[in-house]
Ligand binder design. Structure first.
Ligand code: ADP
Ligand code: ZN
Length: 304
């Protein structure tokens, strides 16, 4: 049996797992992504954690096909660089592949996090049967992985699918990228926390908002319906552009679950342009919160 190490570096947390060639996680760990320390120091923490996860798994280094890293874009996947992600503000031109590779004598690969998660959902998740589908992660930021005609659409540097900075409604104000009203500045976990805090009048997280939503707080349910509609708008744009069979949602915010999927479905049923597009399946990532880390590991099995 061969194994791979998946590392999913997010704006909130970093997940690390030893995964076998069937996609089964044999050991895993989640550490907070500390944005207060230098990227090099955070990478040192990640290296330590990788060593710990390998040790705990009992897997021998000879059995490890490689280490796959999923990270937020913009990045340069061919050259293994994290370029300048808004959600990892200090990570400018960080040669993450080389830095991680220094500690381990195995190949290291880098891919955009949403692209990696899309590969995982295609491999053993919600889209095994689908040749055309889109994975959307709604987490600290928002990103998408596009599988078109059975293949991951990468673009020039591996940044295809960065839908978080598609403008939805400029009246929502300025985004970290300088544009006004980007999808991510309205519907990401970060945006939900910020806007809900203003509504409620004290600091809350997206996770708190989820709780208030379940308790049917009227201000929050109304506000979240708007957010879900915005995710519907983004879904319709993606459906009209790529004609997918399915959209799979993952990331921390997708824990809102069925109410979120239902709202998106209703929007899509009404506004997708072509009649088949209106029936596009809207579903949760089957691998749940593990899609990113399994997809990162999958990079090593796919690319040899
Ligand atoms: P990362 O962005 O590091 O990959 P996640 O995918 O877990 O991490 O996304 C983190 C975001 O998801 C945070 O904004 C967090 O508040 C939000 N989140 C986590 N759990 C929930 C939940 N149950 N309901 C709504 N939002 C959540
Ligand atoms: Zn933006």
């Amino acid at each position: 049996m061969k194994y791979a190490i998946g590392v999913d570096i997010g704006g909130t947390k970093t997940a690390i797992a030893a995964v076998d060639e069937r996609g089964v996680i044999v050991s895993q760990s989640v550490i907070p992504t500390n944005l207060q320390i230098r990227p090099q120091a955070m990478i040192a923490e990640i290296q330590q954690e990788i060593s710990r996860v390998i040790e705990e798994s009992g897997v021998l280094i000879e059995e490890i096909a490689g280490i796959g890293i999923g990270a937020p874009g913009p990045l340069d996947s061919k050259n293994g660089l994290i370029s300048c992600p808004p959600n990892l503000p200090a990570w400018v031109d960080i040669p993450v592949r080389e830095l991680i590779g220094r500690s381990f004598s195995v190949p290291v690969l880098l891919e955009n996090d949403a692209n990696a998660a899309a590969l995982a959902e295609k491999w053993i998740g919600a889209a095994v049967e689908n040749e055309n589908f889109i994975y959307i992660t709604v987490s600290t930021g928002i990103g998408a992985g596009i599988i078109a005609e059975g293949k991951l659409l990468k673009g020039l540097k591996g940044n295809a699918g960065d839908i978080g900075h598609m403008v939805i409604d400029p009246s929502f104000g300025e985004c970290v990228c300088g544009q006004w009203g980007c999808l991510e500045s309205i519907a990401s976990g970060t945006a939900i926390a910020k806007r809900a805090s203003a509504i409620i009048g004290r600091e809350v997280t997206a996770k708190d908002v989820f709780r208030f939503y379940k308790e049917r707080d009227p201000d929050i349910t109304g506000y979240m319906e708007d957010v879900f509609n915005v995710l519907g708008v983004a879904s319709v744009s993606m459906i009209n552009t790529f004609d997918p069979e399915k959209i799979v949602f993952g990331g921390g915010v997708s824990k809102f679950g069925e109410p979120m999927f239902d709202s998106i479905r209703q929007y899509v049923r009404r506004y997708a342009l072509n009649p088949t597009g209106r029936k596009t399946e809207i579903t949760a990532a089957k691998l749940g919160q593990n899609a990113g880390v399994i997809g990162a590991a999958a990079l090593c099995f796919q690319n040899g």
